[in-house]
Unconditional design. Structure first.
Length: 127
């Protein structure tokens, strides 16, 4: 039983990290696509990127995760998840994935800085 709990918690951590990675991939796609649009001012370009990245991250990390686990009685064939309300089991199963995703999202900018900084440093050393 203890092994199963450890495996489930590992899956929750992996799913949370995967959600964050998908959000960051979408962020890079949005930034590249925005550069191709060609805004007249830099501030309008940054504003568009900010709103688009927020919308995609919110949909990916909040709405999709909650809707996929929802059990709506009025649409049983469309939403046949396990939880019809927020209860203790929902917080244990789904809430832990949300928190893991939030923690990974908070740590990722630091990892990105160290990673890209390390790449630049290695390029300088090699040059």
């Amino acid at each position: 039983m203890d092994v199963i709990k450890r495996q489930l918690s590992l899956w929750k951590i992996l799913i949370g990290a995967l959600l964050s990675i998908i959000s960051f991939v979408f962020r890079y796609i949005i930034i590249i696509a925005t550069k191709l649009i060609g805004f007249k001012t830099s501030s309008s370009e940054i504003r568009f990127i900010k709103i688009a990245v927020f919308a995609v991250a919110f949909i990916n990390n909040a709405l999709l995760l909650m809707v996929m686990s929802a059990n709506f009685e009025f649409a049983p064939t469309l939403f046949d998840g396990k939880y019809s309300d927020f209860n203790l089991d929902w917080f244990i199963d789904i809430g832990s994935i949300v928190v893991t995703s939030m923690m990974f999202t908070a740590i990722y900018p630091l990892l990105e800085l160290v990673g890209f900084g390390g790449i630049l440093y290695l390029k300088r050393v090699a040059d």
